[in-house]
Every structure is written in C-alpha cells, then in structure tokens.
Design a protein around this ligand. Structure first.
Ligand code: GLN
Length: 200
C-alpha cells in the first residue's frame, strides 16, 4: 500500500501520523512525480481557494485530475472534500474542483456561531461508538447525488434537513470535519479497507 498526502497546505503531519498509527506510512505529494504508484491520496483541509492556487503553481492540477479520473482512491477532509466535489457554492470563480464525488457543497456554510465546533457524529458503518469530530469553518453538503452513500449526518438547525458530514462514492471518501485532529482512527481504517477492496 502506498498512501500519499497532498502536502501543499493543512494538517499534513497529523494525517501522516494518523495513518502511521495504523501501520500505513504515507508519502508527501508536492510534485506530479509524487503521484506515481500511489494506491490512494489524502487531500487535507486548509483553504480550498489557496489549495487550488497551490495545485496550479505546483503543476499538480492536471496530473491530479487525470489520476483521480483514472480511479485513484481519495480521502478528502474539509477543504479536501470541497476540492473533490462536483459543485462548489460560494467559492471563487477560478477555484478548482475535481468532481469525483457527486456533492453540492457550500463553503463556510454553517452559520457564524457554529462555523467551528467540536462534537461527535454517529457513523453507523464504523460501529455504535460515535466518532469525535472537529469542524473548522466547515463546508456544508447541500445535496448528494444518487451514487453517493451518506455515512453520517448532523441534524439541521431550525427544521432544516439533516446535513451529510461523511460521504462515500466508490473509492472516494470525504468528511466535512478533521478526523486527523482526534485520536479515533476508524475513518482512516475505512479508507485503508476501501483501497484494499479496490486492489482485489
Ligand atoms: N473554509 C475552508 C475552505 O473553504 C475549509 C476549512 C477547512 O479545511 N478547515 O476551503
């Protein structure tokens, strides 16, 4: 298994140590060559507009789009989820998104008071124990296409519909929070399992 972490911005070290906890060392991806031979890629949080610019200046935008279109498994958290989605609302006109998971996402879509919060989410596929979740200026999933499995939601406020916070489509897994900042490794383990299934 050869897991890469996009290392342009965000919690690269935290993601790396989360996978190291599972016995899966990662490599840092900064240049197009670093994509060669990967079995999966982690796309960390940060700021999707900045990540988008950095992907361009690193020459990674095209090669990464090709790798994702060819089926490279990906795990996107927060801004990483925004980059992997099909439709981004409240983004910059020129911001990139790779469109490999059929989600409509609104950047910074949680109301001001709850823009950043810590809590737990129920993720039934990971077992009964709720998963700790740290949200930081998190994106809101406003719509999920028919091919998307919604693995966890948060209750909508004031009668609003529940909001998906963990989703999967094929070998793409996304979370609107930061699983690398807490000690629970079940989501990372799920991604490892997804990559193993893919290789069978
Ligand atoms: N608000 C950020 C964005 O739009 C995402 C925040 C995060 O990754 N913690 O890209």
């Amino acid at each position: 298994m050869s897991i890469g972490v996009l290392a342009l911005q965000g919690g690269v070290r935290e993601h790396a140590s989360a996978f190291a906890d599972l016995g899966e060392p990662v490599t840092e991806v900064r240049r197009p060559d670093d994509l060669d031979g990967l079995t999966g890629l982690v796309v960390p949080g940060g700021e999707s507009t900045t990540l988008s610019l950095l992907l361009g200046s690193a020459g990674l935008a095209g090669p990464l789009a090709e790798a994702l279109d060819a089926g490279l498994p990906a795990f996107g958290t927060c801004a990483g989820m925004i980059l992997l989605a099909t439709t981004v609302l409240d983004g910059r006109d020129d911001q990139l998104n790779f469109g490999v998971i059929d989600l409509t996402i609104r950047r910074n879509g949680y109301g001001r008071q709850v823009a950043s919060f810590e809590g737990t989410v129920d993720v039934p596929v990971l077992g009964d124990e709720p998963l700790p979740a740290v949200f930081i200026r998190a994106p809101v999933v406003e719509a999920a296409g028919p091919g998307v499995e919604v693995l966890a939601t948060l209750p909508g406020e004031g009668g609003a519909p529940d909001r998906p916070v963990v989703c999967r489509q094929g070998t793409v897994l996304v979370a609107s929070f930061h699983p690398e900042l807490t000690a629970d490794r079940r989501l990372q383990r799920l991604f490892v399992e997804m990559m193993k299934e893919e290789r069978r």
